[in-house]
Design a protein around this ligand. Structure first.
Ligand SMILES: [Zn+2]
Length: 297
């Protein structure tokens, strides 16, 4: 999975979970649309689109996008898949019809606009090169002191026109991305029987908090980060030896003795004996091991 695809999935997940900022939402939609559609003025994601308008659209479509994502990552034959199917398909069909097969747009590039869209400097550089190449190779009228001059190599028959896609609303590029990913999944090469099939979508629903999750490592499906941290703490608490708290407190006090007094204590056979016991008894206790390390033992 390339960086851009990963970024889009992560962006869609935080959008659907309701945690994305307006700037992040805009960046995700722009990523879905691709740079040609995204750099065009007066297109769906119009550069002049005011923040307010974008937020309104984003809020209006959020529940449907969430349903669509949950439907796509639902388990086969599950209750969830059954109950979300009708609504998800209707939404996908409706916006699928908005996506025009082909439109032609005239090359447009405004760097300050693109810089606000979360693109990395590398990508901006790439766009700049792409646009410059088109301006070099196309033939077009350039105005110099009010006088038109024909410039360019004319090696591009379509001139400044670029084939792109037309979108009607905010949800269209997202539905386009999800449909294309689905299409890519259907068209994947299935030639090695022993190789496990890749997941249809990289995202999943956390079984504990029910939020959508984009894992750090694709194929990893367990809990979201917060829930797996909580589960680990709980497991640790259940497995901790009953003396763990007392041993920890004892080590803590020892560590915070004034260094002279600590040296004296550490030379006592009784203390030495207990330290050896703790070292063994609390080998699974990270915090006790941490203190032992601080004591340099
Ligand atoms: Zn969770």
């Amino acid at each position: 999975m390339d960086d851009k695809t990963r970024r889009i999935w992560a962006g869609l997940v935080s959008y659907a979970n309701g945690t994305a900022t307006p700037a992040e939402i805009r960046a995700t939609v722009v990523d879905c649309a691709g740079w040609i559609a995204a750099t065009m003025p007066f297109d769906v994601i119009d550069p002049t689109l005011v923040e307010d308008d974008l937020s309104k659209q984003a809020e209006a479509y959020r529940p449907d996008i969430e349903i669509l994502l949950r439907f796509l990552c639902s388990q086969p034959k599950s209750e969830e898949r059954n109950s979300l199917k009708a609504q998800a398909l209707e939404f996908l069909r409706e916006h699928g019809e908005h996506i025009q097969g082909r439109v032609f747009r005239e090359t447009y590039y405004a760097e300050e606009y693109l810089r606000n869209l979360n693109y990395t400097p590398d990508e901006l550089e790439k766009f700049k090169k792409q646009v410059k190449r088109i301006f070099d190779q196309a033939q077009y009228e350039k105005y110099h002191r009010g006088q038109p001059t024909i410039v360019g190599e004319d090696t591009l028959p379509l001139g400044l026109l670029l084939p792109s896609r037309g979108y009607r609303d905010f949800a269209d590029p997202i539905c386009d991305f999800l449909s294309s990913e689905y299409e890519r999944y259907l068209n994947r090469e299935v030639n090695r029987k022993d190789k496990k099939a890749p997941p249809l979508v990289p995202i999943f629903v956390c079984p504990s908090c029910k939020k959508l999750v984009m894992p750090k490592r694709i194929g990893q499906r367990n809990y979201c980060l917060q829930c797996s941290d909580r589960a680990r703490t709980e497991k640790y608490r259940q497995h901790a030896s009953p003396d763990e708290g007392r041993d920890y407190a004892w080590l803590y006090r020892l560590l915070h003795h004034e260094s002279g007094a600590r040296k004296v204590r550490l030379s006592q056979p009784k203390v030495k004996q207990r330290l050896a016991e703790i070292k063994f008894r609390q080998k699974n206790s990270q915090r006790c091991q941490g203190l032992l390390q601080d004591l340099r033992l």
